[in-house]
Ligand binder design. Structure first.
Ligand code: SF4
Length: 472
């Protein structure tokens, strides 16, 4: 949802940290519906083959997005919740790349090698763990197996502590224009708590160099709710980030799940993790700081200047949510490569084996490395449409859903509308049955995941609740 200036001012005055904290509850991030926690091991290589064959037969000319996961990092950040392998053995990148290229060939063959690529994203881990030559090999392999046209958007996540100028120069030569940089927080006490020492100067040097080489889009990731973070320290970080004029900022709430990620226990050695009230107050500080700097909020947790592609997408309805968060929609099908990568193709999702040796063994033997997935049924597709619309636009037009899904909204979601009429949602949404639409209140805009959960058929039985993060 892109907010007009007047709406933003209304939000600023009407939403309090106490209200946000009062409604916060654990829930999925809805980077997909159904969430990955509901995927089943019964979805295997046969189903992947059938899905790719379906795409080859029915939509051979439709653009696709590719995501390549590079799982290596040279040191562990203690807040990390990614699929990551910490190592300083650079050689591991070479054998992993061989496996990645084998998987590209496998999928490229299945799709007929002519599928146009709209977008390539390298994420991790730290994709800069690969050398410049390895980046070149990877892009060449993509071009050999898919139709990689000059207009495709190429993006990469880089760790400023560990990215050389040569790597950036080479990425620019390969056509990369989009740089994503993790900052999280520049305050020394926070950096010490999360075991990530990264100065604003180091970050700025990478950003400036990338821009001088033709990178045009800069995304910066921040985290609120970290131990040691105060409103003042966060303001300092935000001002340093704004000075770098990013086209997009993702502001994630820290999900402290020490039972699942044991290393997260280390973040509490000196400072405790902020509770719901402090966490909500930190978010509001960030929101106000961005809005005062002319940024607008896009979706749940992104900020962008009004003329940036993400803000334009929010206005023209092409804002999309996928496994990486909010993005401009460039293709319906997203294929993930590498250990733990998730694909969303036609009406199926699947995830690769997160264990690097098992992933590599499967793809080098010519088999899909899938370990779980699901085929969406009609009900899943309808609910996916509803939840994606809520996550991107914080409102629903029932007639639009009717037309697209072949239902009558009020009949199909009779129980959900009843539930939304309860006291938990009175402050979050307004349903206008005459106009046939649902809108969020200013408060509900920030708690949209609470509303989405009402439409989530899989929630009660989800085996993965431990991966949920607070809705605020
Ligand atoms: S750089 Fe990112 S992926 Fe790597 S350990 Fe730190 S948070 Fe995790």
């Amino acid at each position: 949802m892109a907010l007009a200036a007047s709406e933003a001012m209304q939000l600023a005055s009407s939403v309090s940290a106490r209200d946000l904290a009062r409604h916060a509850r654990p829930g999925p991030r809805y980077t997909s519906y159904p969430p990955a926690t509901t995927f089943s091991p019964s979805f295997g290589p046969d189903q992947v083959r059938a899905t790719l064959a379906h795409v080859r037969e029915h939509s051979p000319d439709e653009p696709i997005s590719l995501y390549c996961h590079i799982p290596f990092c040279s040191s562990l950040c203690w807040y990390c919740a990614c699929n990551v392998k910490v190592t300083r053995e650079r050689d591991r990148g070479r054998s992993y790349l061989d496996a990645l290229i084998a998987e590209l060939a496998l999928v490229g063959n299945a799709l007929g090698r002519s599928q146009p690529v709209a977008e390539v994203a390298l994420g991790g881990g730290s994709p800069n763990f690969l050398t410049a030559d390895q980046h070149t090999r990877l892009v060449e392999a993509i071009a050999e197996n898919f139709d990689l046209r000059p207009g495709a958007e190429l993006g990469i996540e880089c760790d400023p502590r560990d990215t050389s100028r040569d790597q950036v120069d080479n990425l620019a030569r390969l056509g990369f224009k989009r740089l994503s940089v993790g900052v999280q927080d520049f305050a020394p006490q926070v950096q010490e708590a999360i075991h990530r020492q990264q100065s604003a100067e180091t970050t700025r040097a990478l950003v400036d160099h990338a821009r001088s080489r033709g990178f045009t889009s800069l995304n910066i990731d921040l985290v609120y709710g970290l131990p040691g973070q105060t409103r003042d320290s966060l303001r300092g970080t935000l001002n340093a980030v704004i000075a770098m004029t990013p086209q997009q900022v993702a502001l994630f709430g820290y999900a402290h799940l020490p039972r699942r990620f044991r290393h997260q226990r280390l973040v509490e050695r000196k400072h405790s993790v902020p509770g719901p009230d402090d966490r909500a107050a930190l978010f509001l500080v960030a929101r106000d700081t961005f809005e005062n700097a002319g940024y607008i909020q896009v979706g749940l947790d992104h900020f962008a200047p009004p003329d940036a592609p993400l803000a334009r997408a929010a206005r023209d309805g092409s804002l999309w949510r996928n496994f990486q968060g909010y993005s401009v929609k460039r293709a319906d099908n997203l294929i993930g490569f590498g250990a733990s990568a998730i694909s969303s193709v036609a009406d199926a999702y699947w995830q690769n084996n997160p264990e690097i040796p098992a992933f590599a063994a499967a793809v080098t033997a010519g088999r899909a490395a899938v370990v779980r997935g699901m085929q969406l049924d009609r009900d899943d597709r309808i609910r996916r449409r509803v939840i994606a619309t809520l996550m991107c636009h914080a409102q629903l037009d029932f007639a639009e859903i009717d037309a697209e899904c072949g239902i009558r909204f009020e009949d199909y979601f009779d129980r959900e509308l009843d539930g939304l009429g309860g006291p938990d949602y009175a402050e979050l949404i307004e349903v206008d049955f005459d106009a046939r639409r649902l809108r969020t209140t200013p408060l509900g805009t920030y708690l949209i995941r609470n509303v989405c959960m009402v439409f989530d058929r899989h929630l009660a039985g989800s085996a993965g609740r431990a991966r949920f993060s607070p809705t605020m």
